[in-house]
Design a protein around this ligand. Structure first.
Ligand code: PLP
Length: 433
């Protein structure tokens, strides 16, 4: 099979016997072709070429601007990495690929390869939460969940589901966790062996002070597991300097690869000690998966092969661009989105000083014509995906800027959002009673 691609245009072979010269590549300057004129010219050329070679057809993979909190808009480079030759994942070549990915995931969070390790799983981000909570609780100890949002609340659900001995510190969802509350809880509950919380609460965009909390947890002699699904590779994390034992994420989040692969990164010594902890899951046990990787180089059960190739390409892109540039770009895009939505009159749910700068949560306007569904559908039909909020009892929606987006995407989105409001009869600027 031949496939010729340039950015999001592909020329594919539909019959045998053609000798079409392959064209592949992504614009190195932008990571994709965002210019309508150039894209139209490209299409014209590809169609002319296709006409010369019977049996080829031009297919478009439309580019979508995803403003939901992952999966993210990916680069064509990452998308195309999935077109790897078929391979049995039990081959040495694949184990080598996995080994490199595990090593580089530790590098993403500045871990020490002797002290830290990355353990990938086949699943969405929740699998990491499940794995850490069910695998890392020492005997006779309890978990303390610091809960100030939907994702920490999911941690509480997991504890309940497995009947794990645990305490919950319920805190306000519209601001970061107050370390003093954690100090008090740790004094009150000396049997805590594992503290669990979320770094960036994606439901609201609140960023928790995990370094301050981690210092308290270390002093109390407990393990500290942080759900960094929505911050890893987007905000600084340093496993050698930050008092955090385990972090986690999924390939489709900050690394902008595809869904299906998630990973826990953290301390080898704790994982090894956990071999003797109570077992609660056969498939989702951290030590079992780690041990299999360490002894065979392979994932214990069938890995998501194409997702692994995509993640390899995405990690290479991450290091090629550099973390500083990536971090700055996310902040810049979110700041632009904030300005654009403020110009339309939208009010943010969270005070700016409490935010991660990655997710913006907006209150629903009180205009009687406001309908999130109608506005969402209008934007979606034009290639922009916005996302509902995740705060019980509060009408809000979210704008997240984590993919391979450029400022023009945000400007284009703001124009479409404005049209959506006009088309659905919402007065501008939007109003709040
Ligand atoms: C903070 C956080 N934790 C965990 C998850 C995992 O969710 P899922 O299993 O849907 O990938 C997400 C997904 O958005 C998240 O933002």
């Amino acid at each position: 099979m031949f496939i010729a691609t340039y950015n999001r245009w592909q020329l594919t072979e539909t019959e045998e016997g053609s000798n079409f010269p392959a064209v592949t590549g992504t614009d190195p300057a932008t990571g994709y072709d965002g210019e309508a004129e150039r894209t139209a010219e490209l299409r014209r050329r590809l169609e002319a070429l296709a006409a010369e070679f019977p049996g080829f057809e031009v297919k478009e993979v439309p580019r979508k601007v995803l403003l939901n909190p992952g999966p993210a808009t990916m680069s064509d480079n990452v998308r195309l990495a999935q077109l790897a030759p078929d391979i049995c994942p039990r081959e040495t070549e694949f184990a080598d690929l996995m080994r490199g990915i595990r090593r580089d995931l530790v590098r993403v969070v500045h871990g020490d390869p002797d002290l830290h390790t990355a353990v990938p799983f086949c699943g969405s981000g929740t699998i990491n939460m499940d794995v850490c909570l069910n695998s890392l609780l020492p005997p006779e100890k309890k978990i303390l969940v610091l809960n100030n949002g939907a994702y920490s609340a999911r941690g509480v659900d997991i504890c309940r589901y497995y009947d794990l001995p645990h305490y919950v510190l319920d805190l306000p969802v519209d601001r970061p966790i107050d370390p003093d509350e954690v100090r008090i809880a740790l004094q009150k509950y000396p049997d805590v062996g594992l503290v669990y919380t979320t770094h960036h609460e994606t439901g609201t965009g609140v960023l928790n002070p995990v370094r301050e909390i981690g210092a308290l947890v270390r002093a109390a002699g407990a393990y500290f597991v942080v759900d960094t699904t929505a911050s890893l590779a987007m905000l600084p994390l340093n496993l050698c300097e930050d008092p955090i034992d385990f972090v986690m994420s999924s390939a489709q989040k900050g690394l902008m690869a595809v869904t299906g692969l998630s990973f826990v990164i953290g301390r080898r010594d704790i994982i090894e000690a956990s071999a003797g902890f109570p077992k609660r899951s056969y498939y989702c046990n951290l030590y079992r998966q780690y041990n299999y990787f360490e002894t065979t180089g392979e994932m214990h059960f069938t890995p998501p092969v194409q997702a692994v190739y995509a993640l390899r390409a995405a990690i290479d892109e991450y290091f090629a661009v550099g973390e500083e540039v990536r971090f700055a770009r996310h902040q810049e895009l979110a700041a632009l989105a904030r300005r654009e939505l403020a110009a339309l009159g939208f009010r943010e749910m969270i005070a700016p000083e409490h935010q991660s700068g990655l997710v913006l949560a907006y209150l629903y306007p009180t205009d009687p014509n406001w309908s999130f569904t109608a506005v969402h559908d209008y934007c979606y039909e034009r290639g922009f995906t916005i996302y509902p909020g995740k705060v019980a009892g509060l009408g809000c929606f979210r704008i997240c800027t984590l993919g391979t987006l450029v400022p023009k995407d945000i400007e284009n989105f703001a124009a479409v959002m404005k049209d959506a409001l006009v088309a659905t009869g919402v007065a501008l600027p939007v109003t709040y009673a």
